[in-house]
Design a protein around this ligand. Structure first.
Ligand code: PLP
Length: 386
């Protein structure tokens, strides 16, 4: 009998090998030019990225976190301001708000999408609220129509944290094209990942775009004259060159991830382990798992494929013992993090987020997964429950 198939959570090598000649040439061109910081290669990628996100402008920055920071700096968000977001997200969303001196105000997530529950936003809007920062978690967009409606009614700014969602769509429109600004991350594990850190702010407003271009470079304009206090938030040309090559393949990678997700659903149903999200409230998933689903009108790009299990930790041990990679995103909701105690939240405040932190795990979903590998993951999970 052949060895059981190992399934890593993520393997970027096949993607690199498939594009090696193009990627190596793009990197070599930058090295030959010796033009490493901003410049024509970055501008070319910014133009392509703006077009992809259907925004008038895109400004390359040093990371997704820095994209959030400069976006909110450009909006003048700071002390005394409240920014509404969810506590079930990567740290950077909320860390950025706090680093600017503003106060994050949390709203729980919906269990099915892991995204902010828009029905609960209105209740936390105060006269200090400046912005809503929805996170399109795991590659599926939050309900932007409802969020924009609330924002218009209450005169609020909207910053989309699209770090995990470049190319995700809602009713045909891409992430970053709904809010006043959209923030992207090119961390290597993202659907569009660089050879290091990188990020982008996409927006329609020319004035915001100009301010962000200044802020990412110490607020300098013209050279060595500073009307604002910015920082070094620049995207470098090597990253832009790599990302520009990869962007041309991004839609096909999204499609492969979506096919992988569909195969997980098909095989899990066949194995009898797929459960409806409504069972979550009972706390008993009856020896099954809840697989992620796509809400009507959404185009999910599956940056992560996150399931629920009522025996999560034992299931993880079993997956790892069988050479199947998996990971918890995220094991502790942000309102319970030590560094955010000052915000005054407590355990029990956001039950859906807390339950997601306790019961969810991400399975391999990257584009180059073979169907046999997905079948193997489902087989290992089915064995666990048998
Ligand atoms: C939802 C979310 N926001 C923000 C970030 C920050 O991006 P970066 O790691 O590029 O700073 C990430 C990346 O991990 C993310 O997933």
């Amino acid at each position: 009998m052949s060895d059981p198939i190992a399934v890593p959570l993520l393997d970027l090598k096949p993607q690199y090998l498939a594009l090696k000649p193009e990627l190596d040439a793009a990197v070599a061109d930058v090295i030959a030019s010796q033009y490493f910081i901003l410049g024509p290669t970055v501008e070319k990628f910014e133009t392509a990225c703006a077009e992809y996100c259907n925004t008038a402008h895109a400004i390359g920055v040093s990371s997704g976190t820095d994209a959030l920071i400069v976006a909110m700096m450009a909006m003048g968000i700071g002390e005394g301001d409240e920014v509404i977001t969810s506590p079930y997200t990567f740290f950077g969303t909320v860390g950025s708000i706090v680093r600017l001196g503003a106060t994050p105000v949390f709203v729980d997530i919906e269990p099915g999408t892991f995204n902010i529950d828009v029905a609960k936003i209105a209740a936390v809007i105060t006269n200090k609220t400046r912005a809503i920062a929805p996170v399109h978690l795991f590659g599926q967009m939050a309900d932007m129509r409802a969020i924009n409606r609330l924002a218009r009614e209450h005169d609020l700014l909207v910053i989309e944290d699209a770090a995990q969602a470049i190319g995700a769509k809602q009713h045909g429109h891409p992430a970053c094209s709904f809010g006043h600004m959209g923030c992207l991350s090119f961390f290597p594990t993202k659907n569009l990942g660089g050879f290091g850190d990188g990020g982008m702010v996409a927006c329609d407003d020319a004035e915001y775009a100009d301010i962000i271009r200044q802020l990412r470079n110490h607020g300098m304009e013209p050279k060595y004259f500073h009307s604002r206090i910015g920082g070094n938030f620049r995207l470098d040309a090597l990253q832009a060159a790599v990302l520009d090559v990869k962007l041309k393949h991004l839609n096909s990678w999204h499609e492969q991830r979506r096919e992988n997700a569909a195969l997980y659903h098909q095989l899990s149903e066949k194995a009898g382990i797929s459960r409806n999200v409504d069972l979550l409230d009972s706390g008993d998933l009856q020896n099954g798992i809840i697989l992620p689903t796509e809400k009507d009108g959404n185009y999910h790009i599956y940056n992560q494929f996150v399931i629920y299990s009522d025996q999560r930790d034992a299931l993880i041990d079993h997956l790892r013992a069988n050479n199947v990679g998996c990971e918890i995103y995220y094991p502790l909701a942000l309102h319970e993090q030590e560094c955010f105690r000052l915000l005054g939240y407590k355990q029990g405040d956001f039950p859906n987020s807390e339950r997601a932190a306790a019961m969810s795990l991400a399975l391999p979903i990257f584009p180059d997964l073979a169907p046999e590998q997905i079948a193997r993951v489902v087989e290992v999970i089915t064995d666990f429950f048998a």
